[in-house]
Structure formats: C-alpha cells, structure tokens
Design a protein around this ligand. Structure first.
Ligand code: ZN
Length: 164
C-alpha cells in the first residue's frame, strides 16, 4: 500500500519522467499501486499520486487492472462530453469536467511492448484524467476560475494535511 499524495504536495505539479527500466521493481510498484487504487475505491491512480514522478498509471474501468506506461495520446476527437470526476488526491471534491469522447492512444505494458488502442466514453475519460497527472495537470485546472473560487476553502483544508 502506498500513501496517497494530496493537493498541495509539490510532486503532483511536476512533469513526470519517462520510464526507461521495465524490471521487477516496476512490476512490484505497479502491483502496489493497483492494490492502493482498489483500497481507496479508485478507478485510476497515477505514479505521481504515490510520490513517484514517472510516466505511468494504473486504471480499471471494469475490465480488470491495466498498467499504462509512457502513454501518448495520438488522436483526440473534437467531440466532448461533460461528466463529474473525483480524484484520490482531492478527497471529497467532485467537479464537472469536459473531455474528449474518443481518443487514440499508445503506451507500453509492463514488458515494454507497445500497445495501441482506441478508447471511448468512461475509459477515454479516465485515461485523459490520469494522463493529465503525468504532466502535473489536476482537475482544478480544468474548471472555471469561478468554480475554483467556490472550492477555495476545501482546497486549503486538503493542502493543510500535506506532510512536509
Ligand atoms: Zn486524479
């Protein structure tokens, strides 16, 4: 199990570095992240959220856990939809976010093999959310300043819990 890093922790704002070693250590880290994601009832968890500034995440949108390493979004459909999202790094905050309905992605699995996929709906949404984490982008960056202002107190309360 990992401790989840919450809003205010500087690691969440860093641009994560590519994964270069596809070794046992990476597999163990991914297993631990999957365990942590399930423990907190998450559908996705990115490495920076457990303090690891590297480009990978895990997700499970109902078809079992998937590890996504060094992801790229190759195509992004201009058609979007709005839906509510939460984030384990923002406990008790839910915001409506507009995202593309369909994306074409490429990533590596734990063996380092390349995978290309087309995702839509919920899977596309979760992928985009986790992908954002690898670039230091958070859900509050995808809402209007007015909505962000309404969350100010909650955000300050979360940031105050960050262990330094
Ligand atoms: Zn998140």
């Amino acid at each position: 199990m990992y401790r989840i890093r919450v809003f205010g922790d500087p690691v969440l704002r860093k641009r994560a570095k590519p994964v270069t070693k596809f070794d046992e250590n990476l597999k163990k880290t991914i297993e631990r992240m999957i365990e942590t994601m399930y423990h907190y009832d998450g559908v996705g968890l990115a490495a920076p959220q457990v303090g690891i500034s590297q480009r990978f995440f895990v997700m499970d949108v109902g078809n079992g856990p998937v590890a996504v390493i060094n992801p790229e979004i190759l195509e992004i459909d201009p058609e979007t939809e709005v839906a509510e999202e939460g984030c384990l790094s923002f406990p008790e905050i839910f915001v409506e976010i507009e995202r593309s309905k369909r994306i074409k992605v490429k990533y590596q699995n734990t063996r380092g093999e390349y995978v290309e996929e087309e995702l839509e709906g919920y899977a596309a949404r979760v992928f985009q959310h986790e992908f954002d984490h690898l670039n230091g982008v958070l859900i509050i960056d995808r809402i209007s300043p007015a909505k962000r202002l309404l969350l100010r107190k909650k955000l300050m309360d979360i940031a105050r819990t960050v262990k330094r």
